[in-house]
Design a protein. Structure first.
Length: 341
């Protein structure tokens, strides 16, 4: 597959969000034929339409929970980027059945519709919270991954390549902590920390787009891709935001929220053992074994060297200077800082 997207018709589900709008801008610069946005919020669609002002944009009001609206949006599409999801950990904890309907059932609708309409590739966006999940959001994202990989395993003859990308915190995306810290500093309020020693992977929106594009260009059916990323403690992130705003750090510890972990995991030990390291990315190929395990048990499994999970505790740890540089590389953050200072 070539790197050019010229002439392609692309669908982004949940496309009015931070990832979707960033991806849309990147694709418009590549001379795509059309970009379709499928989402529920007509107000956000109108806002994105006014911001981009490009006749190649098409907006579909619908919901991935509704198969008919997915069918309408997928028909005639070459590539699908599936970003629609319920992503807030606390809200998914209180309404887990709603998370299942969107994150699991809705994802199934997208993959099946793409298959029926001959879509070339579907890239589904997942999260580090899907690994060893302890909250409803992570559990439903893990099931979303299983749904996608099961499709690839059960449909080896399909021309639709289904793959998954998994990443951690995207700086300045909707729901991330950086905008909250900026607002609190601007209001001369202490930055609220759940646990100062909690670590999180850090990635820019542009890097998340790069990961999805990498999957689009390199995926085989059922592949899982992870981009290597540094991490920082919540305390370090708060101190970096304060330095960026030119004020001394002022923080207040409020305790962990529902379903939060001390650290996140991008790849489990079992996945690391099977992963291919390409430098900036890990690729975990599909486990394509059938339900007939006889041969597997007869041959056994070769010995594996001891290895750890790939976590926000074990990856490269950024100090304040490193986080400041990363924040400065995100135009949306610098624009917000300029507006607040």
């Amino acid at each position: 597959m070539t790197t050019s997207m010229a002439g392609a018709v692309v669908l982004i589900t949940g496309g009015t969000g931070s990832f979707g709008s960033t991806m849309a801008r990147a694709l418009l610069a590549e001379d795509v034929a059309q970009i379709r946005i499928l989402s529920r919020d007509e107000a956000k669609q109108d806002d994105l339409r006014r911001r981009l002002r490009d006749e190649r944009m098409r907006f579909y009001v619908g919901d991935v929970r509704d198969p008919a609206s997915v069918e309408d949006a997928v028909r005639g599409v070459h590539h699908v980027f599936h970003a629609a999801a319920l992503k807030q950990v606390p809200s998914c904890e209180f309404f887990p059945s709603q998370a299942v309907l969107t994150n699991v059932t809705g994802s199934h609708h997208v993959v099946e519709a793409a298959h029926r309409h001959g879509v070339r590739s579907v890239v589904l966006l997942s999260t580090d919270k899907a690994v060893y999940p302890i909250n409803a959001m992570g559990m439903t994202k893990a099931l979303m991954e299983k749904t996608a990989l099961a499709f690839a395993r059960n449909n080896p003859e399909t021309d639709t390549v289904v793959s998954v990308v998994r990443y951690g915190n995207v700086l300045h995306s909707r729901g991330s902590v950086v905008p909250l810290f900026l607002e609190q500093v601007a209001a001369r309020q202490p930055m609220t920390l759940t646990d100062p020693d909690m670590t999180r992977f850090l990635m820019s929106l542009d890097q998340s787009v790069d990961l999805v594009r990498y999957a689009l260009l390199h995926a085989r059916p059922g592949d899982l891709f992870v981009r290597k990323a540094p991490a920082a403690t919540v305390r370090t992130l708060a101190e970096a935001v304060a330095e960026l705003m030119g004020v001394p750090p002022d923080t207040k510890v409020i305790g962990t929220r529902h379903g939060e972990k001390v650290f996140e995991t991008l790849l489990s030990r079992e996945e690391v053992l099977r992963a291919e390291d390409s430098g900036a990315y890990f690729r975990v190929p599909l486990d394509a074994r059938s339900l007939n395990y006889g041969l597997y048990f007869e041959q056994g499994e070769r010995a594996k060297a001891a290895i750890d999970d790939y976590t926000s505790h074990s990856t490269e740890r950024l100090e304040v200077d490193g986080v400041v540089k990363l924040l400065q590389s995100v135009p949306e953050i610098m624009a917000a800082v300029g507006a607040l200072v």
